[in-house]
Design a binder for this molecule. Structure first.
Ligand code: F0G
Length: 368
């Protein structure tokens, strides 16, 4: 690691150096990512019952508002070490925001290839603000990734999608943090699945810590896809994936095989949640636990609430939840990234007279 320690936040490379593919000559590009809060969720625990404890790993508090920053610090540092001049990625939004920020930090170019019209506005604003070269295609994420794979091997380019193993290495630090905080791995780990890099990374992290004796057990990995974009659940490529949770609108995940391995080795499962369940869970988590996440991030919460309520025919059900167990749900991105989804379902308050005698009755009229 080049350069002396400066005061300020430690990023994941500094915190977990021995576990990462970083050497003395790696120029570390960091924005102080990681060390996100693991928040105990009392209402969610109550809904699950059986004496279970549920924790939410709030990855929306990373520097660009999503878990991608953990992998990006490692991928960009290594790309710089290898002499890359241009980062390139396909994205449903968060990877592009993160890549653009770390490229800006490193002083190199970032090119992002995005599905036109399917990127949440906050994520697009980020890519613009960080100065990325943005190319929108008339196609979906899977097509964008195919283009990036073809272009990315040119001299001076570095692909920073999760097909880059440095991304996975960085993202596994979230599992380390959870074990460091809880003293062991949880019994169940729930998370949304899109391109399947994150489930792969968490499983790698849990396995490494377990092998090193830092955790006595490994969790069952439970992944959630959206009903209209559920290739792993259905066991087939979805040519035209559709979901309101645009972050996970993916029909042919790059880390499909690795995700299946994580599920099989951990005794876990992959399940689906509908867009309605996702939106209801997003609102519920914000209004009940005070944690505002983007729609994709609410997928595991939706799956857990459904299982706890004993509703529906699904792979993850009440009987999948042992008595007295510890559950961690990763919520991957901040709610402010996708404000349109909330804005579309609310009416803005109608302005009233600027005095107490008008405001108090207005507040009381809303009591319901
Ligand atoms: N949650 C959010 C908020 C995401 O942005 C993504 C992926 C996922 C979950 C799924 O993670 O792909 O590792 O299974 N977003 C990518 C992107 C595809 O381009 O930002 P995964």
């Amino acid at each position: 690691m080049r350069g002396g320690r400066k005061p300020g936040n430690r990023g994941v490379i500094e915190r977990y150096l021995p576990w990462l593919p970083v050497t003395e000559s790696t120029p570390v590009v960091s924005l102080g990512e990681g060390s996100t809060p693991l928040i105990y969720a009392p209402k969610l625990s109550e809904r699950v019952g059986k004496g279970c404890e549920v924790f939410v790993k709030y990855e929306g508090l990373n520097p660009t508002g999503s878990f991608k920053d953990r992998g990006m610090t490692v991928a960009v540092s290594k790309a710089l070490e290898r002499g890359a001049k241009t980062l390139i990625c396909a994205s449903t939004g968060n990877t592009s925001a993160s890549a653009a920020a770390y490229a800006a930090r490193a002083g190199i170019t970032c090119a992002v290839v995005l599905p036109a019209g399917k990127i949440a506005s906050g994520k697009m604003m980020q890519a613009i603000a960080y100065g990325a070269r943005i190319v929108a295609i008339e196609g979906n994420f899977d097509e964008a990734l195919a283009i990036v794979r073809a272009l990315g091997h040119r001299e001076g380019f570095a692909i920073v999608n999760s097909i880059n193993p440095d991304r996975i290495a960085g993202q596994k630090t979230a599992a380390f943090e959870i074990v460091d905080e809880l003293g062991d791995a949880p019994d169940l780990h729930l998370l949304p699945v899109g391109n399947a890099g994150n489930i792969t990374a968490y499983w790698a992290g849990y396995c490494e810590y377990h092998a090193a004796g830092k955790a006595a057990r490994r969790p069952r990995m439970i992944g959630f896809q959206a009903t209209g974009a559920a290739p792993i659940f259905r066991g087939e490529i979805i040519v035209r994936p559709e979901t309101i949770a645009t972050a996970i609108r993916i029909g042919n995940p790059a880390s499909w095989a690795q995700a299946n391995r994580a599920i099989a080795e951990s005794g876990g499962a992959i399940d689906v949640v509908s867009d309605e369940e996702i939106l209801a869970a997003q609102r519920w988590l914000a209004s009940t636990e005070g944690i505002f996440v983007e729609p994709a991030s609410a997928a595991p919460i939706a799956g857990l609430l459904r299982a706890a309520g004993g509703r529906g025919e699904s792979r993850f059900t009440a009987s999948s939840i042992p008595v007295g167990c510890r559950i961690v749900c990763t919520v991957t991105g901040h709610g402010l990234k996708d404000s349109d989804v909330i804005a579309s379902s609310i009416r803005s308050p109608v302005p009233i007279a600027p005095n107490e005698s008008a405001v108090l009755p207005a507040i009381e009229a809303m009591r319901s």
